[in-house]
Design a protein around this ligand. Sequence first.
Ligand code: APR
Ligand code: PHB
Length: 390
Amino acid sequence: MRTQVAIIGAGPSGLLLGQLLHKAGIDAIILERQTGEYVLGRIRAGILEQVTIDLLDEAGVGTRMHKEGIPHHGFDMLFGGERHRIDMTGLTGGKQVMVYGQTELTRDLMDARKTANLPTVYEAGNVTVHDFDTLKPRVRYEKDGKTHEIECDFIAGCDGFHGVCRASVPRGAVTEYEKVYPFGWLGLLSDTPPVHEELIYANSTRGFSLCSMRSQTRSRYYLQVPLSDRVEDWSDEAFWQELRLRLDPPAREKLVTGPSLEKSIAPLRSFVAEPMRFGRMFLAGDAAHIVPPTGAKGLNLAASDVKYLCGSIIEFYKERSEAGINHYSDRCLRRIWKGERFSWWFTNLMHRFPNDGAIGQKLQEAELEYLIGSKAASTVMAENYVGLPL
Ligand code: APR
Ligand code: PHB
């Protein structure tokens, strides 16, 4: 088998890259370890920056997003028992974000792929990447008891944090930067109306919490929990009770509870691998970087990688120029580090850090007061939240 681009991973990065390449008339095959249903079952954040919205439109998959997504112009910061609104749109000269779940976006991309009859191999076993330091890379995988080989011009490593692509690079060729936070997020999804029309990020003495949503009838809530907690130990009732304690009285009053559709604990990590290009293999999305979810930058950074990568590959085929692929890694990393910084800063501002004690809390309070009291500080927050320009 031969293709121009072998894409490893059918998460948002791989699917979006496949769709954009297809639009440009470039062939690709996607290899995915899991089933499609499994991929759709993973619940992740769902806040899209304008850059991401534009890219989905460019890929021709924006119709349902524009119909069902909810534009947001601000969000609330809750601390010291009081809520303060950050007027995102007012502070950024008219910018906004869109609430649209990653699951829905993934489904739209899968549907577009199916409609265009593009090849995706689900349940591809034991994927291995070869000869990406030459002009003739190859990818092997197993399916239905047989070994298959794909010859290609490029390999796109869109295979997430635990993928095979980054792991196949010689140890000395990659530098990894990592910070693991001493807590996790317990998330709960429920068919209940959101407690507020905008998101509430809460810094409480009991720990961080977040009130988010997927639609007018579906809510997503999170609680900061110790890493030692297990999801089995959290009944729905215990979750709602703890969330109430972390909210202000009006929100507590308004909160509608119900059975969970999904409940899981995710660890928080900041991670970057440099560089993101190894000869004819590129990393994109979670394969190259992870942010803690505070601020929902993960999917948006993945989308900007894909935009740069797709542009570079198109330039290679259409203009016979390697300039784009040569700059890919540097261009991505400049934006990624800014996203990493923002997510790290927002995480530090909002969570209880077990070792920071009373002074840590006092410093957070001072920063939060400064943030909402200073237009300059609020603007810094708002312009990062809506997404920095490409
Ligand atoms: N072979 C084939 N597929 C693999 C392999 C492998 N060895 N390893 C991993 N995969 C698949 C995973 O099963 C997964 O479906 O690669 C896909 C990677 O998808 P994601 O982890 O969703 O990563 P990405 O597409 O970059 O999406 C980034 O996801 O985690 C969030 O915050 C992140 O929202 C951002 C988005
Ligand atoms: C979510 O809705 O899952 C979400 C929203 C905002 C965040 C993180 C997660 O900052």
